[in-house]
Design a protein around this ligand. Structure first.
Ligand code: DLL
Length: 436
């Protein structure tokens, strides 16, 4: 079927024209920030820079980085670059520690954000004939409002469900014949499980695609969700600071997520040294907004680790693709001196035939780090003999050692004993931090 785009001219723009557009926008964005946002101006002055030093994207590297602490330190209004009277919305991060980051939007900023989400919906085949069930949280979290706005822009019938109340979600999904599901991947897995328990088969629903993001998920988890819901599952990425979901999205080629480069310039840096790395290198993703008004970002360090790919994509979109974030530089656990990412543990579990219901507990005993992985058994696995369960534990522990290079204690636990997530799943409990 012919590929359809929300903003074809921009999404398929020739790379040279795109670079020229980015340069033109960057110059304006830097000037706007310099004139209207004192904390950024101060940072530029400290580096001896004025807007005249930024003539195009080739000068991007001269600008100072901005971190989450910079945004937190200026709470609540510090990084605002428009009068509040011109802002129409705030959203906020879900941070559990410290002050939250507040993102401000003018109507132009909301439109830009919703356009990005509309591109994501059309890239998975969405049209005005679709019924989009949005079960990301609504409120301060950007998931619900972002996909809701994008769905309106495409002209889909939008079901603003928010998260939770899974039985009602399923009833609406069946009665109103939802065709596109938007939620976190962990909630999608839970909905799949609940559908099965209610006696539905994957082919009983009308869903064709899911747009899942806001948390890390593996390819194995994708296959699991696709099977249980009978759909194609697509990734979507974003963060509150840049606007929300839709900064990058997967197309049907599923070879990475296209970054909306007409609005966000992406760089990959070495998280230790800050050095800019060439495309194809693995490092920390840094974003510069190109036309945001109220809450612009210059070289914002996301902490997300990924790789950029500029090879042509089968879908015809020319915007660079980012890999799935391979964990965050600050989510990486160092256990007995070894770097461990939760995604590695998930890969082992799902490829060994377990459902994505697990929790990782890291602690310290006698000055030594401990790693315990609690994994839920399915009802069928649970009815195994004790010796079969012990054999499972052993084989899983061996697979884990091969993947991680260190041992983990595996606890196979009863079905339904690990809490399900309706939003972002909490996979890791690091008790070491509690003792510090
Ligand atoms: O999670 C925005 C969002 C909503 C994205 C709905 C996609 C769908 P925050 O709560 O500010 O914003 O969290 C941002 O979540 O820096 C990543 O670490 C992580 N993240 C977001 N999308 C993905 C993804 C929203 N597709 C932080 N894969 C980011 C992995 C993701 N991690």
């Amino acid at each position: 079927m012919e590929e359809r785009y929300y903003q074809k001219e921009i999404e398929t723009m020739a790379p040279e024209a795109l670079r020229a557009l980015q340069s033109e926008k960057l110059v304006k964005q830097v000037k706007h920030v310099w004139e209207n946002c004192p904390p950024y101006r101060k940072k530029m002055e400290e580096k001896g820079l004025t807007p005249d030093d930024i003539k195009g994207i080739e000068d991007l590297h001269k600008l100072p980085f901005v971190t989450k602490s910079d945004l937190r330190d200026t709470y609540p209004y510090g990084m605002l670059a428009k009068p509040l009277s011109e802002c129409v919305r705030i959203q906020s991060t879900s941070g559990t520690t410290g002050k939250r980051v507040i993102a401000y939007y003018t109507q132009h900023d909301v439109d830009l954000w919703e356009d990005c989400c509309a591109r994501a919906i059309m890239a998975v085949g969405g049209t005005k004939e679709d019924v989009v069930q949005v079960c990301y949280g609504y409120g301060l979290f950007t998931g619900g409002p972002g996909l809701n706005g994008g769905s309106h822009k495409v002209g889909c019938l939008t079901l603003p469900m928010s998260s939770g109340n899974t039985e009602r979600q399923i009833q609406f999904m069946m009665d109103l014949k939802s065709t596109i599901l938007c939620c976190t991947p962990s909630y999608a897995a839970y909905i799949g499980e609940a559908l099965k328990e209610m006696g539905y088969k994957p082919q009983d629903n009308c869903l064709k695609a899911g747009i899942f993001g806001a948390e890390p998920w593996t390819e194995e988890m994708r296959h699991d969700i696709e099977k249980s819901l009978g759909i194609k599952a697509f990734d979507i990425y974003g963060l509150t600071e840049t606007s929300g979901p839709g900064v990058a999205f997967e197309c049907k080629a599923q070879k990475g997520m296209h970054i909306n480069e007409d609005h966000f310039l992406a760089e990959i840096i070495d998280p230790e040294t800050g050095e800019v790395l060439p495309d194809g290198s693995r490092g920390e993703l840094v974003f510069t907004s190109l036309d945001k008004e109220a809450f612009p970002l210059l070289r914002y360090r996301t902490r997300d680790i990924c790789v950029l790919d500029r090879t042509p994509c089968a879908c015809g979109r020319t915007h660079v693709r980012m890999s799935k974030p391979m964990g965050r530089s600050d989510d990486m656990m160092i256990i007995r001196g070894v770097n461990v990412f939760p995604s590695q543990i998930e890969t082992v579990l799902l490829s060994e035939g377990y459902a994505p219901n697990y929790q990782i507990v890291v602690d310290r005993a006698k000055n030594n780090d401990t790693l315990d992985v609690y994994v839920e058994l399915s009802p069928e696995q649970f009815s195994d003999t004790v010796s079969a369960v012990t054999a499972r534990e052993k084989s899983l522990a061996a697979a884990m050692r091969t993947m991680l290079g260190i041992g983990a204690v595996i606890h196979l636990v009863a079905p339904k004993s690990i809490a399900r997530s309706e939003g972002k799943a909490v996979r890791v409990v690091d008790k070491r931090k509690l003792h510090d």
